[in-house]
Structure formats: C-alpha cells, structure tokens
Design a protein around this ligand. Structure first.
Ligand code: ASP
Length: 334
C-alpha cells in the first residue's frame, strides 16, 4: 500500500461557518475522517504546518511547504496538500519551481464547499487526490480538482463558485478521474531523467501591472523602489501604449537600465503572448530585449519570475532560467 503524507493548510475545504464568515477550523485528522474509503488503497499520515485562508498564503508559506516536503521526501510515496482555492494556482506553480524533477506525486487539492457539509465537492476531491497520489504513474506537482489532474504550472481558477473551478490553460490536463478509474492523457514518468532538485529561495519583490486604456507609464516609475521585477499584463498578444508622450518608453528604459526585469504578459487567458506581431510590441521588445510569458499562465509567470530572480544575478541569467521548460509550463518561445 502506498504511503501518503496529507498536508493540511486551511482553505474552504477545512472551513466552518463563524459569525465573521467562513474560516479554516478543521484539523488534518478530521479531514481524513470524512473519507474512510481511502483506507482501502493507501496509508495516510497527516501534518498541518499552518491553517490559513489562501488569501493569506504567499511566498513564505510556499517555502515552508517545499522545505516540509524535502524533509519528508524519502519517507513517503506521495504528498497531498489541502489548500484554499483562491491562490492554489500560485502555490502549485511555486512548488513546481521549488521542487523540480520529482518522480513522486505532489498533489494540491481543495474545494468550493467545506468538507463537513452534506452537499460538497470536498470529499470527492480529497479522495480523488489520494487515489491519484497512490497511482504508480503519478509524479510531479499537480492540482486535482473537479475530476481533472492539471499540471501545477497550467492551472487557473476560472470560476469562483462552481465545482469545476480550475481549467488547464494552453495545455491538456495530465489525466482525468472517473470514479475509481484514472485516464492519463500525458504519461511521461519514464522521460524524467534529471536529478531531483529542491530550491530554497524566492525573490518576491515582484509586481503585476495590469494595463487599462490610458494607463500612465509613470506608474511603472513609481514601482522602481519596491520591485526587482514588474510583469506587465498588456493587451492581446502584447504591446505597450504610447499616448504621444513616450512615457512608457522612458519608464521601461529607466527600469531595465537599472538592471531590473520587465516581463511582458497578456490579459488574455488563452493562447498567450507574442510581442513580435505588432509594431506596438515589436519595437519595444527588440530595443529592450524584454522577456515575455508566451503560453505560460500568469500564475506560473509570477512564481517563475520570483524563482528565476532568486537564482540569477543579471538579466541574461534570469532569461535562461525563465525560458527553461519546467513541469510543462512553456511550450513556445522565440
Ligand atoms: N477563500 C478560500 C481560500 O482560498 C476559498 C477556497 O478555499 O475555496 O482559502
């Protein structure tokens, strides 16, 4: 029987109604008690490093989770993390960069309804996650939710209330779960040959600037003192506006000449960026050699920027980390 470590971190799945709103209250052992069927196919130990609404989860907790998994890695066949759905895609992406080439499954799950309700998605998601983590072919960081297994770098929360909250963006799901059956769409465990690597640092001096029509380049200047990298969510395949004042041009020039990073991304969820298509993108990209997210999700772009910044000392090094394909995160770049 496979040995799985269940890591409870809070979220709706572990929440109860209180006068001040839903908040995480349910312990890891109690979570497990709601899915007695798991005893039929795996042995589960539990641990609870923190108990938070995932709104309060950030890079500190990502590092705690990676360090915990590193410490316990040799003792378990797989890991299941119960987590709030709101920032789950960020945590899944961050763990994909902090724990690379892992041949054991690290599954992240949660739910839209608490586990102690009569009608809930929590019990199915948790049971599915343990079942997937117990499968011989499962490996890498992924999200199991609503019957889908999504690569940790490809998930996005697209629905705030429905049970099928997560989608796999610009990439097929790794597998689907139908009752007790697991159907793999991507079965690449044998192709993983690089050695397991744990990373221990992230640089979270990163900001995401979402453009709106009329947005001033001066905003970018104001971010300089507090950021080492800014991801600009521009329009369509990508470009930067010039409202006749050259503000963005000047701000980008200043930002990158101080050795800081600007990553170009898009507000459009599907199909990704390509700054080389329009003049509004191409001129800026060519002049400043701006890295861009291409088909990566925004969540992966944020986490990868934090990881690559922490591993590099200059822009060229940053780009070599940023464009490396990790846990299926990027298929295409120029
Ligand atoms: N606010 C909750 C959280 O992210 C939502 C959820 O878990 O579904 O922790």
């Amino acid at each position: 029987m496979k040995k799985i470590l269940l890591i409870a971190t809070g979220g709706t799945i572990a929440s109860k109604y209180t006068e001040s709103g839903l908040s995480p209250q349910i312990s890891s052992e109690e979570l497990l008690s709601y899915i007695p069927a798991a005893k039929g196919f795996c042995h589960v130990d539990t641990i609870q490093p923190f108990n938070l609404d995932s709104t309060n989860v950030c890079s500190s907790q990502w590092l705690i989770l990676a360090a915990l998994i590193e410490k316990k890695y040799e003792y378990y066949d797989g890991f299941v993390i119960c987590h709030g759905t709101d920032t789950m895609a960020y945590t899944a992406a961050a763990l994909s960069y902090l724990i690379q080439n892992n041949r054991k499954p690290i599954v992240i799950t949660g739910s839209q309804k608490p586990i102690d309700l009569e009608i809930t998605d929590a019990r199915a998601n948790l049971l599915d996650s343990l079942r997937f983590a117990s499968h011989e072919r499962a490996h890498g960081v992924c999200i199991v939710f609503g019957g889908q297994v999504i690569a940790g770098t490809r998930a996005k929360k697209e629905r705030s209330k429905s049970y099928n909250a997560f989608s796999s963006i610009n990439y097929p799901p790794i597998a689907i779960l139908q009752d007790t059956r697991i159907v793999f769409y991507i079965d690449d465990k044998d192709q993983a040959t690089a050695p397991l690597a744990f990373y221990h640092s992230l640089n979270d001096r990163v900001f995401l600037l979402k453009l709106i029509p009329g947005c001033s380049g001066k905003i970018l200047e104001s971010l300089e003192p507090s950021c080492d990298a800014v991801i600009i969510e521009s329009f369509g395949v990508g470009g930067l506006p010039n409202y006749g004042d050259n503000n963005f041009y000047r701000a980008v020039k200043r930002f990158v000449s101080s050795g800081k990073i600007i990553v170009m991304a898009t507000q459009v969820t599907h199909e990704g960026s390509d700054m080389s298509i329009y003049q509004v993108g191409k001129l800026m990209k060519n002049e400043f050699q701006l890295p861009e997210s291409y088909d990566m999700t925004l969540e992966a772009t944020v986490a990868k920027t934090m990881w690559a910044l922490a591993q590099s000392t200059n822009t060229e090094e940053f780009k070599s980390f940023f464009y490396k394909t990790i846990n299926h995160d990027i298929l295409f770049h120029l």
